[in-house]
Write a protein that binds this ligand. Structure first.
Ligand SMILES: Cc1cc2nc3c(=O)[nH]c(=O)nc-3n(C[C@H](O)[C@H](O)[C@H](O)COP(=O)(O)OP(=O)(O)OC[C@H]3O[C@@H](n4cnc5c(N)ncnc54)[C@H](O)[C@@H]3O)c2cc1C
Length: 402
């Protein structure tokens, strides 16, 4: 086999994991990553809830279901091997009305079909014993879920990549991609690089990078901000596990929940509101290009028309702390507005189709010389190593490698 050169765009968890898996499968290949920031993992990969998702929510048979289940096993093993802080503390998903009770049944069916073990349906009393802050008419305990320090995961992956001899090139933004004489040229402000195969793991900019490479993805990345509060320490110390609501199956978002942080403390959130910029970590951050692309996309207007109630509810939780608190109080009535301290925010890269549908599954564009990750939302961090493996298997198939 000729020595291959493979170029990855984006050093979030998906790009980093892909680089690791590539060198394991193709030790003779030359692998490099272009990352526009001065450090890896500065966007979604370290602006998230820090949860290890076990695969409860996802449609059986979907890529998400398969890669989440495989992904949490691989990620836990990686954390153990590299001394990354993590804790499989378990979570409870709490139904607070009758509609949610039947959705809870569907979740348990999905979890069982996806191969989760140890799940148990519990009633209000058992819920109270297990998680004294939570109240509901029914719940499911999912013992396999946990929490992790994704910043440490990024650092550990960086070290593995360097040890494998691949090149992590920081402060390198791919601005132009051209395919000539059987190879790609990546062009940025600091120079050029050439490779035989391109892998696009650009997260919030994956649709743009695909377009740079000549693709016309049918979906657009719509940025959804997720805002957090921190719980005051006296309240935070009461939480034993993670407490989640029953999600609305029409959306890929899970609803505001209470998450223990791996190094102490508890976060409440995230909500899901349209962001005014793809990297809007502050609510007021605005980017003209990002905004004009979103508002001229027909899918966004169809989405807003289809789901006005949900959009208004989420916007309400962003504009008003008391609205945010009321969402939490549905399952943890003791939490008061005064217990909530302002926290950070993350921005989800969520692919949307022109008819206003949010793409739920992981999604890729595959070519004989390129693979584009078009949608890798939650649980993309948990599943990153499994996504990397999936990408490598497909690269080998596309390149007709044995
Ligand atoms: C609020 C929130 C909460 C979440 N909670 C969880 C959770 O608890 N558990 C979980 O499993 N998942 C969670 N997720 C999802 C998870 O974080 C993502 O699925 C995952 O991080 C995606 O990784 P990525 O590498 O695709 O993207 P990113 O981490 O965004 O990385 C993409 C990289 O590409 C770089 N890039 C972009 N364009 C270019 C260019 N032109 N040239 C060079 N570099 C470029 C960017 O700088 C960036 O570093 C959450 C996400 C958010 C936003």
């Amino acid at each position: 086999m000729p020595r291959r050169k493979i170029g990855i765009i984006g050093a979030g968890l998906v790009g980093l994991a892909t680089a690791i898996k590539l060198k394991k499968r193709l030790p003779d290949a030359e692998v490099f990553i272009w990352e526009k920031e001065s450090q890896p993992g500065q966007h979604q990969s370290t602006h998230n809830s820090g949860v290890l998702h076990a695969g409860l929510y996802y449609k059986p048979g979907s890529l998400k279901a398969r890669l989440a289940v495989q992904g949490i096993r691989e990620m836990t093993a990686f954390c153990q091997e590299h001394g990354v802080s993590h804790n499989i503390c378990g979570k409870v998903v709490v139904a607070t009305d009758e509609t949610e009770r039947s959705r809870l049944d569907t979740l348990v069916e999905r979890g069982t079909a996806n191969g989760l073990t140890g799940m148990e349906r519990i009633g209000p009393e058992q819920l109270r014993e297990m998680e004294p802050m939570a109240r509901g008419i029914a719940a499911v305990h999912v013992p396999e879920e946990g929490i992790v320090d994704y910043k440490q995961v990024v650092e550990a992956m960086k070290k593995v990549i360097e040890g494998q001899g691949s090149a992590l090139q920081l402060s390198r933004q791919a601005k132009k991609l051209t395919f000539t004489h059987g190879g790609w040229t990546f062009t940025g402000e600091n120079g050029e690089d050439r490779c035989d195969f391109l892998i696009n793991c650009a997260g919030l900019h994956s649709d743009r990078v695909a377009r740079l490479a000549g693709e016309q993805p049918r979906t657009m990345i719509i940025p959804f901000r997720g805002e957090y509060f921190q719980l005051k320490p006296e309240m935070a110390s009461r939480l034993k596990k993670l407490i989640y609501p029953v999600p609305d199956p029409s959306f890929p978002f899970l609803g505001v929940h209470l998450t223990r942080l791996i190094h102490g403390g508890v976060e409440a959130g995230p909500n899901a509101v349209l962001a005014l910029a793809r990297e809007a970590y502050k609510a007021t951050q605005f980017d003209l290009r990002d905004m004009s692309e979103s508002i001229t996309f027909s899918g966004l207007w169809r989405f807003l028309a289809k789901h006005p109630k949900m959009c208004l509810r989420e916007l309400g939780t962003s504009l008003s702390k008391s609205r945010f608190c009321r969402e939490l109080q549905k399952m943890t009535p003791d939490v008061q507005e005064s217990d909530l301290i302002d926290g950070g925010a993350g921005v989800r890269a969520q692919a949307m189709t022109p008819d206003g549908t949010l793409v739920q599954d992981f999604d890729f564009i595959e070519r004989s010389n390129a693979l584009h990750v078009i949608n890798a939302p939650s649980p993309g961090a948990t599943a990153s190593l499994a996504i990397g493996q999936h990408i490598v298997e497909n690269v080998c198939r596309l390149c007709e490698l044995p």
